[in-house]
Design a protein. Structure first.
Length: 152
């Protein structure tokens, strides 16, 4: 994946394994990263728009500058030990995404689908949500605290 132009580019149908690299100052649109494995990757001033990251694994991925995922599918993936403060995950599908020991303070999750997100609540400390996401957050909270809800 080598891009030297100034505009956005697209990646399709490839298997991506990235270790100890920096992805900097680019816009990646409509690309598929299904099953990608990113380890010790640094994202700096990157936009992923309309991309698919189904079953992708992010391990020790960090963000600097402006990093955004908009209208992306991030289902059934796993993010561990990531430091992604103040990124945007806007209007993304996060169903089945597992978060473990991630720092997302200041991250904008508005418009993203939280139903089915698998995470300890402390991974969500300091994120921004929309009012319409409160029912999904309530389900996450009930599951995390092991509460029983009855209608009797």
């Amino acid at each position: 994946m080598d891009h030297t132009g100034s505009g956005p580019f697209r990646v399709r149908g490839c298997w991506v394994v990235a270790r100890s690299v920096t992805i900097e100052r680019c816009a990646i649109t409509g690309s598929r990263f299904t099953g990608a494995r990113l380890t010790d990757v640094r994202l700096k001033d990157v936009l992923f728009d309309g991309c698919r990251f189904d079953y992708a694994t992010f391990h020790r991925v960090t963000a600097a500058g402006s990093v955004a995922f908009t209208d992306c599918t991030l289902t059934n993936g796993a993010w561990s030990s990531c430091r992604l403060p103040r990124i945007a995950l806007r209007s993304c599908d996060l169903a089945g995404l597992e978060l473990d020991s991630c720092h997302l303070d200041g991250t904008d999750l508005r418009g993203s689908r939280l139903k089915g997100l698998k995470t300890p609540l402390d991974n969500l400390r300091g994120v921004t949500l929309g009012e319409g996401q409160l029912p999904d957050l309530t389900q996450l909270t009930v599951a995390a605290l092991g509460l029983t809800v009855r209608n009797d």
